[in-house]
Each structure stands twice: as C-alpha cells, then as structure tokens.
Design a binder for this molecule. Structure first.
Ligand SMILES: [Zn+2]
Length: 393
C-alpha cells in the first residue's frame, strides 16, 4: 500500500510548533542574559572568569560581610599570617615567620580589631614551623602575639592548634611556644587541637563555629591529625570558611599525602578561594586536590623567587609545578611579596597585602595594597615561569 502523504494541515501545524518553541527558547535566553549578575550561576568556566579587583579600600572591606586578609610580612622571609574578619569577629591564622614581624602584624590586626569587646575571637596555629608560629614563640622577655592580646583589657577567646608535632621541648622555639601558649591558657583562653574540634569530645570544642553574618568556620579532618608524618607540614590544621554557596579553603602547608586524605574524608567542592598550600611549593596543590576544588582565586603567601629554601629557580616559590597544576583551572593567582636579592636583603611588594572581600550574592573582590596584576602578567613570571599549554586564557 502506498504511504499516505502528510496533509497540508499537518505541515502547517508542525511548522507553527517549531516557530513557537524557537520563540520560547529565545525568550528564556533573553531573560537569563538580562538578569543581574548576582542571580546567575557563577561563571566558573574553569576559573577563567575575571575577578573584580582594586587597591585596598577600607570602605569596601567595612561593607563586606567577610574579608580575608593575607598579610605581607615586611621582611624577606616567606610565612603565613592571615586575618579573617566577619563583622565583630576576628580569626587570626598563623603568626608570621619571624618574631620581628610581631609589631607589624598586631598593628595591622588592630585596624580591624573590635575595641568594643576587646576580644580576639579565634587564633589558629596550623603547624610547628617557624614561618607559621614564630609570632607565638618568643623568648620570655619578648612580647608574643599571645601577650599582646592579653594586655590593656584585651583577651583571646579560643586558640586552636595542630594536634601533632615531631618537635620536642628540647627545641628552643617549640619550648618558647609551649610556654607562651600555656600563659595564654592560664589567663583564660580556651585551647583545642584540630582533633579536639573534629571529635568534639572536649567541652566547647566544635567542628563548626558560627562566625556570624551567615559565615561559618568548619574544620576538615585529615589523617595526620592522628598519624605520624616525617614532615611537620602534614600536621597542618585544615579548614574551610563557608558563606552561602561560597567556600574558602585553607590547608596550611599540607603536602600531597595529606591532601589525598583530605579529599577522602571531606565533601570538598569547587572553591571561591584557595590559599596555595605550602606557599606554592611543588609538594602541595597536587593535581588530585586541584581537580576537586577548581579554585577561582588563588593566593600565594610567599616572597616569590627567593633562594631562602632552594637555589633551584623552578623550585622557588611559587614553583613551576604549582603553576602547572593550578593554571588549567584559574588565572587569578595573586602573590604577596617579591624577592629582589635574598643575600642583599632586598625585597618588595608583589601584590602586597591581599584582601578578599565577600558578600554572599555578589562576586568576590580582590583588593591589593600594591597592585592587582595577576601572576602570569608580571615581569617576574615572564622571566622565570612558563604557562602550561592547557592554562585557561
Ligand atoms: Zn610554611
């Protein structure tokens, strides 16, 4: 039997439906593209999106529900000191690389210190390496960061430290730290280790702390809170700051084996910001971690190109391997300081002190004290590093 020809009416009807569907698609597309940015799904195209940036502006910081300050330390030594400010709540993470940085750190923190309650709410010390805990490990006659926040009516509420170390009291700096910590506890500060926070067995120890403004501090488990490691770096306290759908990840100097454990034990997700593990060392920021967290912004706290730890250029912070691992996911890499000549004690600001300001529904802003040039656009990068072929444009 011959096939029945489609009727003229059927052709007209199917043509009509095609036009209607086309119009609907066009209409929905127009609506999506005309929505304010805050209602769109964030442009994550592997971190290729431009980040809003500018010079440090105290008004922008004040108006942000959350600001994260990566301090330049004012010397040629790489180290960590980070202030997290949420309304009247301050969290100080690590205390710089030298005791000579203490006054530099406290005068910066004072600018954001809430004098109404006079309380430094949280101090987190990630691990027992000089470039992270020097400011807390002074000799008895020098004022430590703990001492500073115990005088003139000020106090520290909670101190959270690494749960393991290979250091013993025979190490002068470590015994100084133990004494200073002991004095802070004796004067009323609560003290928990990272493992206390995970297990919540000690009264007051929490895995998650509410910092206010809808922001929370959440400690992340990794196996070296309990198991021995040959490197102190793996004892690093790891945590995330969560603000609505945005997450900010801090892993101290955790190395690859610790990162693998971190992934296995937590529900890590793409992050707004990642503090480059171990100052952009090749021992951290493994591909395994980066593929999970796909950072949009990366801050490297280091004195770039310094021979402090190695004379081999490609292994100086931030290392070529770090660039290779991170660049396929983001171009928004910022670095605190730049080494000119380590032996001659010459250094300068790279981006300088870097402040990431964040409100829940809008794009984060990166503010820098020196300039806002992303790493790959800098002269230092062009002379010392290679952008991998799979880097985002
Ligand atoms: Zn370090």
């Amino acid at each position: 039997m011959a096939k029945k020809k489609p009727s003229l009416m059927k052709n007209i009807l199917s043509g009509f439906f095609c036009v209607v569907i086309g119009l609907i698609i066009g209409f929905v597309g127009t609506i999506i593209f005309s929505l304010p940015d805050s209602y769109k799904i964030p442009d994550r195209v592997n971190g290729s999106s431009n980040v809003s940036s500018g010079l440090i502006d105290s008004k922008v910081i004040e108006e942000s529900d959350l600001s994260i300050h990566f301090l330049e330390l004012g010397n040629k030594y790489t180290g960590d000191c980070i202030l997290i400010k949420v309304g009247d709540t301050q969290v100080l993470v690590d205390g710089g690389s030298k005791t000579s940085s203490i006054s530099h750190i406290t005068s910066y923190v004072d600018k954001f210190f809430d004098e109404k309650d006079n309380v430094l709410d949280y101090v987190i010390i990630t691990h027992a390496h000089e470039d992270h805990y020097a400011g807390f490990a002074t000799n008895a006659s020098t004022e430590s960061i703990f001492d500073y926040y115990r005088k003139d009516g000020k106090s520290i509420d909670t101190i959270i430290t690494f749960s393991k170390t290979n250091k013993t009291a025979s190490n002068k700096m470590f015994s100084n730290y133990q004494r200073e910590l002991g004095e802070a506890i004796a004067s009323g500060a609560k003290h928990f280790t990272s493992l206390d926070c995970i297990n919540q067995t000690k009264a007051g120890a929490q895995k998650t702390y509410d910092l206010g403004n809808g922001v929370e501090l959440n400690f992340l488990y990794q196996k070296f809170y309990e198991l021995p490691s040959t490197t102190e770096n793996n004892y690093s306290v790891c945590f995330e700051i969560n603000q609505g759908s945005k997450s900010y990840l801090f892993t101290g100097d955790l190395e690859k084996e610790g990162e693998i454990s971190l992934i296995a034990n937590n529900n890590l997700r793409p992050v707004e910001l990642y503090k480059a593990g171990h100052h952009g060392s090749k021992t951290s920021s493994s591909q395994e971690l980066i593929v999970v967290i796909q950072p949009k912004i990366v801050v490297v706290t280091c004195v770039a190109g310094s021979s402090e730890y190695t004379s081999k250029n490609e292994n100086q912070f931030p290392t070529q391997e770090f660039i290779d691992n991170v660049s396929p996911y983001t171009k928004n890499i910022y670095v605190t300081s730049l080494c000119i000549d380590y032996q001659a004690n010459q250094f300068q600001s790279f981006n300088g002190t870097i402040v990431v300001c964040s409100n829940p529904m809008t794009q984060s802003q990166v503010l820098c004290s020196n300039n806002t040039t992303i790493l790959k656009e800098t002269e230092w990068f062009k002379n010392n590093r290679t952008l991998p072929a799979n880097a985002v444009a």
